[in-house]
Design a binder for this molecule. Structure first.
Ligand SMILES: [Zn+2]
Ligand SMILES: [Zn+2]
Ligand SMILES: [Zn+2]
Length: 264
């Protein structure tokens, strides 16, 4: 049996909360659960430490969660709020005196390796940049695990996110489904039996590349995880107001939330 611990490093949308220059009630709230950095998670699987995305806030998130090791990164897609903290993987390469493998589907890796080409060069003696190795994960819609980490299978789902295909991951009985606007019946079927589901829930208003609250509530009910947490929320959703109207066994996530699961 392998223990799995997921820490929500960030559950905010691309603008984060508070939004720069905004004085709405959520942005002015003193409840720390209303301060949301960009979407990201850290997952400890047995003795291994895996990172989902390295967004704009990755440095602060790593300090806050006292991260001291990263064995690999799973990238969902190359939007700035999920990728642009990539340079701060450098500290981990230096501490570990090693490259870090990064994983994603082919189009994601093509984008990352062209925009951050310097991060994929051989190590220099100064460790003055990240030293990463790209590994492609086949888009097989969750039919077979794409990785096995400490005996825990990782399934990848290519989910629509506007014109992009975003990778969503099931890690044992945890699932991280950020940045998507639709889930098909087959995927919902493959997500049965979850302990924890983390699901995109942008705002009340319908949006082309994300789930609205109504859509997120509907998918959460159909997937029926033991507990669902909503992520990638904008400042239009305050923690308190969303909590009060969530379906049973659903709640908004918050930065720093930690959940434990295990896989036998
Ligand atoms: Zn995003
Ligand atoms: Zn605001
Ligand atoms: Zn995105």
């Amino acid at each position: 049996m392998t223990d799995i611990t997921l820490t929500v490093l960030g559950c905010g949308s691309s603008s984060a909360t508070p939004v720069i220059g905004c004085d709405c009630p959520t942005c002015c709230s003193t409840n720390p659960k209303n301060q949301r950095s960009r979407s990201s998670a850290h997952v400890q699987i047995g003795r291994q430490h895996w990172q989902i995305d390295t967004g704009t806030d990755f440095h602060q998130q790593a300090i806050r969660a006292r991260l001291n090791r990263i064995d690999g990164v799973l990238y969902t897609h190359p939007h700035a709020d999920h990728l642009n903290g990539i340079d701060d993987l450098r500290a981990f390469c230096y501490h570990q005196q090693s490259h870090i493998p990064v994983y994603g589907h082919a189009a994601t890796l093509k984008n990352i390796t062209s925009r951050f080409d310097y991060a994929f060069l051989p190590a220099s003696p100064f460790w003055n940049r990240p030293v990463l190795q790209a590994h492609e994960l086949p888009l097989n819609n969750g039919h077979q695990p794409v990785l096995t980490i400490e005996d825990v299978p990782i399934w990848q789902f290519g989910v629509p996110h506007g014109h992009w295909i975003c990778s969503a991951f099931r890690i044992g009985n945890l699932a991280w489904f950020t940045d998507l606007n639709y889930l098909d019946d087959k995927t919902i079927e493959q997500l049965q039996g979850l302990d924890y589901l983390f699901l995109d829930c942008l705002m009340d208003t319908a949006y082309a590349s994300h789930l609205s609250t109504e859509q997120a509530f509907d998918y959460a009910r159909r997937i029926d995880a033991r507990q669902t947490y909503f992520i990638h929320m904008t400042h239009t959703l305050s923690y308190e107001s969303l909590l009060h109207r969530c379906p049973p066994r659903c709640a908004p996530a918050y930065d720093g939330l930690v959940v434990h699961s295990h896989y036998a």
